[in-house]
Design a protein around this ligand. Sequence first.
Ligand SMILES: [Zn+2]
Ligand SMILES: [Zn+2]
Length: 362
Amino acid sequence: MVKAAEQEHPIPATGLAAQDSSGTLSPVNFSRRETGEKDVRFRVLYCGICHSDLHMAKNEWGTSIYPLIPGHEIVGVVTEVGDKVQKFKIGDNVGVGCMVGACHSCENCNKNNLENYCPNMIFTYSAKYHDGTVTYGGYSDHMVADEHYVVRIPDGLPLDAGAPLLCAGITVYSPLKYFGLDNPGTRVGIVGLGGLGHVAVKFAKAMGANVTVISTSINKKEEALEKLGADSFLVSRDQDQMNAAIGTLDSIIDTVSAVHSLLPLIRLLKSHGKLVMVGVPEKPLEQPIFPLLMGRKIVAGSAMGGMKETQEIIEFGAKHNIRADIELIPADYVNTAMKRLVKGDINYRFVIDVGNTLKSSN
Ligand SMILES: [Zn+2]
Ligand SMILES: [Zn+2]
């Protein structure tokens, strides 16, 4: 018989869970495994709210397992380490991002440091762990994970505003590096100025790129240019502006998760330009092929990053003073935050003050 979340493991835990596809989150008691020999246990202090938490809470991708405790931008302080843990000790500031396990025998795991592309990669929540139990995310009082999936948070990075680097940050950093957009002077477009887009601008700027923000609305122009440091701003609904910018960009990172046409973006690319998708629209997109042929253009995708690169981006963020722009919220505000997220009513990332505000469910 399947055990209830509360009886599955020996260590009691509390969190915020969705119980069904309504997606409404409420306090729950559940349990976590004992600290294994390679495990790090930590008290959660902050957890970012990622758009995928919203999709998953509502089962919009069809893979949700209830009760579902979201959260994969998790930071906190180590309270216990297993006997064979080498990298961490009690009191260290640490984080866990999108994944907590993989096979460690495939090419992606062993050769490429790309556990994120392992066919048996295990997501931080709503997935089956190696022992067959369900994984639970960071909207919870504490977390336990194999040290391989734990990153060190350096002193220079604030724990609250640094948390979103663990998903939003790595999701944009990895393609900027992989697709060679990190060369100074590269003309990079960033589509969408939300949780992902605003950190994409910061990372691209820190890498020396010339950054154009492409947005449906002019509302964020001043902020993009003056606060985030973008070099130019294009309103995608303004045909004259878009026409004037045809063939001017080396590459584009598209962070938009709503259904939208790629053709106007492909037209902005120079020959050999790359349009890299990191958002996930709910429906397949239609794409005429001829505009790709004319200029050998590429439409690509990228998801998260491996653990080595995740540590790298955290160090890079600390060094270059990059963090997310956040609104810190108490745990009991989370459902309101989710509703605001649907409307895009946030600049730019909600982070839950788990350590100070998450109460137990009884
Ligand atoms: Zn995420
Ligand atoms: Zn693998």
